[in-house]
Design a protein around this ligand. Structure first.
Ligand SMILES: *[C@@H]1O[C@H](CO)[C@@H](O)[C@H](O)[C@H]1NC(C)=O
Ligand SMILES: *[C@@H]1O[C@H](CO)[C@@H](O)[C@H](O)[C@H]1NC(C)=O
Ligand SMILES: *[C@@H]1O[C@H](CO)[C@@H](O)[C@H](O)[C@H]1NC(C)=O
Ligand SMILES: *[C@@H]1O[C@H](CO)[C@@H](O)[C@H](O)[C@H]1NC(C)=O
Length: 843
């Protein structure tokens, strides 16, 4: 099957675009007869900012925005059409003297909306992040500028304040959630009455104030700001505003109103290519007004921060989803509001919420005792909660917001009794017992949202390169060009494009990554030359491919006799394309052509974890700190696989050789060829085909073909012990005894000699507390009975929390090293070969 027709179609599309409009890419200007579309961008003259289309949810909703060129995570600083997403095929261009965004149907979605008659209007992206509309004949006159319409980010040089002439505020408004940039209820603005800056909820309630300007700083903000920034506050009869610049002019700095309702400061660390957190206001999440919405309790020390006192909205699958959305908690059952307080069956019940701050807007009641207070509230239909103390009885009639969890010995803590329908009361009881706390999970959820595909360079690059190249060119060059188009095309084009391909309708569904033509892969890998071979995995070899522009990609070539059939292949493609996590290897594309099945992954220069920990010289590079970070990374990646609310994925072949390390030694779980998606609540299944790797397989899986999230937990436990000890579970044996690594670790644990387990190269850098926790958790994970093993949220919590109390492990499975697959009692260690094995169980 050839994809030539498709290539032609795409080339034609590009040509079409080219001849009608020259793409803005490369320049900093959009002028008449130019347009910007899904795949093109303009870059400010000094290369600081980029303007283009982006999709925060990685879906069909595109927005026009500005972001930093250096930042691969694309932290957007300004958005044009924040309330109205458009498709990838929309166009931003000059029309009737304005910069206008047209959707696919050529309807105007957003416009700079100025009165201008000039025909030489241009939009220029400047190095300060300001997009300005100017008249080509008088470039100094600014007709419109994005600085006048800030989104959520306060860039150096912009002014946030109040205009006395137009009587308008220039404000920052946060996003609704991390995938929806439309305006939330949180704003940052000037309070012109006392020249302070405030954070407001619904333009009415202030929940933080900077304190008034005192000439060089704001009263409530610590003085350290002046070290980094030049701050200036200006107030005259025309306007009052605050502005700042960064002292170190090469430093990239931004201040923005986060979805959390907090004003946050970040500076870019160019060495590590990361944003360095500078501070937030208010510093506590629970101080953000109504962050959790009604009927929800905010707990600064738990994650997610918000916990429903009532049920949660059916559109959410779990409390984790509530993190970014307030008003997720609702009453599932209306209050019964019956007067027969004596007969509580089917009526309302009060739930006591201890150790909290009371909500505002209370009213008072005269009542002597708490029973008195309760029965008076019950008799009033509008009373939804009461609190009683020595000075009397308070009650509430409006939605309860800003309930904050305090700790038990906080002298300010109070108890609130909230009124629930009896059935809801029961739900609540069941739910709270399952509630889980963890800081690490919070971090994980954050990073999940941040992951965005970088693979998008457009036709323009293609044409630019083409221009540079001379006319005479061999086949190879042609292929390279085509491939640029193919490789950098986006999901939607690929979806269309695949309609011409060999996948049937049902097979195509759900594949979100580009198809890459075989011929371009052949060129990139020099026809799968040995020099480009990176290694051999369970189902075939992995090659390094060099694509135009120098991009390096790892290409997994599934051998025909590998056992991975079309089914597993589709499984892997569909699965990984959907997954976005910092600790999972990212799939960039795939190819099925002729006999070949190929998967394109991000290239990991540091290879896999096993090549470090089991290597006498390389293992020294993994000091304890790094090792512990890697362990946490793997745990988070696995947690994401197991507990992401939409899919539940069991990896089934977790082992150190399936954990790759990127240039910063961040671990990435790879090889999902064996993974299985489970439906929402399903946690266990069985298979006739047991596939996995000796030494990492849980007993119930190896022996009975039963796999579950707990069999992955077992494999994780083995890896954990391997990382601590620097020894393989397979191939490990104590000279005179036939103990497996698990057995050996267990013996040392019982004898209180855990230190003997530790890799000799680690002892200098070791943190004893972390190490003990790792061994303890590792042993908990490899317990014989799956139900004794912790789940990944528990594991992440136990590893990351110094004060977590850990239970004592029971004896692990496979303590002596016999192959689970043979009945002989040979004590010889299994081969150290780590290839994935597939056996068919007769069941
Ligand atoms: C834009 O295109 C029109 C016709 O296609 C042409 O007359 C005009 O000169 C062009 N303007 C610029 C600035 O290139
Ligand atoms: C916000 O305020 C407006 C009036 O100022 C009110 O109508 C609206 O209900 C408020 N929104 C919420 C969520 O309370
Ligand atoms: C205020 O605005 C007027 C006209 O817009 C201008 O002439 C004047 O210089 C401004 N005053 C200050 C203090 O900026
Ligand atoms: C200024 O910032 C750049 C980039 O962050 C950094 O490399 C440089 O060391 C800084 N200079 C000073 C004087 O702090």
């Amino acid at each position: 099957m050839s994809y030539r027709p498709v290539i032609l179609v795409i080339q034609f599309l590009c040509l079409f675009v080219k001849t009608n409009f020259s793409l803005g890419t490369g320049g900093d200007t959009i002028s008449a007869n130019q347009s910007l579309s899904g795949f093109s961008t303009i870059v400010s003259a000094g290369g600081v900012f980029v303007l283009g289309f982006f999709s925060p949810g990685n879906n069909e909703n595109y927005y026009v925005g500005i972001w930093y060129q250096v930042d691969p995570s694309r932290s957007v600083v300004w958005i044009a059409n924040r309330e109205k997403p458009v498709s990838y095929y929309s166009q931003l261009r000059i029309s009737d003297g304005n910069l206008v965004l047209f959707n696919e149907a050529e309807a105007s979605i957003w416009s700079t909306n100025v009165n201008s008659t000039s025909s030489s209007v241009q939009a220029v992206l400047r190095d300060d992040g300001n997009l300005v509309l100017i008249d080509g004949s008088n470039r100094l006159k600014i007709l419109w500028q994005s600085f006048d319409h800030p989104s959520h980010t306060f860039l150096p040089g912009n002014k946030i304040g109040y205009n006395n002439i137009t009587k308008t505020h220039r404000v920052l408004t946060s996003w609704k959630n991390s995938t929806d940039p439309s305006r939330s209820l949180y704003t940052f603005q000037l309070n012109e009455t006392d020249n302070s800056y405030i954070l407001l909820w619904n333009k009415s309630i202030s929940y933080w104030s900077s304190g008034p300007w005192n000439g060089h700083n704001f009263r409530s903000i610590p003085g350290t700001l002046e070290v980094v920034y030049n701050l200036r506050f200006e107030s005259n009869k025309n306007e009052s505003y605050f502005t700042y610049s960064v002292k170190n002019t090469t430093m990239i700095s931004r201040v923005f109103l986060d979805v959390s309702g907090q004003l946050k400061r970040y500076n870019w660390l160019s060495a590590s290519k990361k944003w360095d957190f500078g501070g937030s206001h208010p510093s506590q999440q629970c101080e953000v007004y109504s962050f959790c919405g009604a009927y929800s309790l905010c707990d600064e020390k738990s994650l997610p921060f918000c916990r429903c006192l009532t049920g949660f909205h059916p559109k959410f699958q779990s409390e984790w989803d509530l993190k970014e959305y307030s008003n997720g908690c609702i009453r599932k059952t209306e209050l019964q509001c019956r007067d027969d307080s004596a007969d509580k069956v089917g009526g309302d019940i009060f739930l006591e919420i201890p150790y909290i701050t009371l909500p505002e807007n209370n009213q008072s009641l005269r009542a002597g005792t708490i029973q008195d207070c309760e029965s008076k509230c019950l008799r009033m239909c509008s009373c939804i909660a009461y609190a009683h103390n020595s000075s009397g009885c308070s009650f509430w009639t409006e939605d309860l917001v800003n309930l904050k969890q305090l700790n038990a010995h906080d002298s300010n803590s109070k108890s609130l009794h909230i009124r629930l329908a009896a059935s809801e009361f029961q739900d609540h009881k069941n739910k709270t017992s399952k509630f889980l706390k963890s800081k690490l999970l919070h971090v994980m959820l954050g990073t999940m949202a941040a992951a965005v595909l970088v693979l998008s360079i457009a036709c323009s690059v293609y044409y630019q390169r083409r221009k540079k190249q001379t006319k005479s060119q061999g086949d190879k060059k042609k292929i390279l060009e085509k491939q640029e188009v193919l490789l950098y095309d986006t999901e939607k084009q690929i979806a269309n494009f695949m309609k011409l391909g060999q996948f049937r309708e049902d097979e195509r569904k759900g594949i979100d990554v580009p198809f890459v033509a075989l011929e371009s892969i052949i060129v990139a890998t020099d026809n799968f030359s040995d020099a480009n071979k990176l290694g051999k995995g369970g189902f075939g070899s992995v090659y390094k491919g060099k694509f135009p522009g120098g991009q390096e990609i790892a290409i997994k070539r599934l051998s025909s006799g590998s056992g991975q059939g079309l089914e597993e292949f589709k499984n892997e493609v569909t699965l990984i394309a959907k997954l976005q996590h910092r600790n999972l290897v990212r799939l960039l594309g795939y190819c099925v052509e002729k006999e070949e099945k190929l998967l394109l992954y991000e290239y990991m220069p540091n290879k896999s974890l096993n090549s470090f920990i089991f290597d006498q010289t390389l293992c020294v590079r993994l000091n304890w700190e790094l090792r512990f970070d890697i362990i946490l990374g793997i745990a988070r990646g696995l947690l994401y696989l197991h507990h992401d609310s939409r899919l539940r994925i069991i990896h089934r072949d977790l082992k150190t050789s399936n954990v790759l390390l990127d240039e910063e030694m961040i671990p990435k779980i790879s090889d999902f060829g064996l993974a299985r998606i489970f439906g929402g609540k399903q946690t266990e299944a069985s298979t006739r085909r047991v596939v996995g790797t000796y030494g990492y397989m849980a007993p119930e899986y190896a022996l009975d073909g039963l796999f579950s999230i707990k069999s992955d937990v077992f494999s994780f436990g083995v890896m954990l012990l391997e990382m601590v000890s620097g020894k393989r579970n397979t191939g490990f044996y104590q000279s005179e005894e036939t103990l497996s690594l698990l057995g050996y670790a267990w013996k040392l644990w019982k004898d209180n000699k855990v230190w003997d387990l530790v890799d000799a190269t680690l002892s200098a850098s070791c943190n004893a507390n972390e190490l003990m926790r790792c061994v303890n958790v590792g042993l908990l994970c490899v317990q014989e009975d799956p139900s004794d093993r912790p789940t990944m949220p528990n594991v992440v919590f136990m590893l990351g929390n110094e004060t977590a109390s850990l239970s004592n492990p029971k004896q692990p499975a496979f303590i002596s090293w016999k192959s689970p697959f043979t009945s002989t009692s040979s004590s010889k260690p299994l081969s150290v070969n780590e290839l994935t094995t597939s056996i068919v169980q007769g069941r």
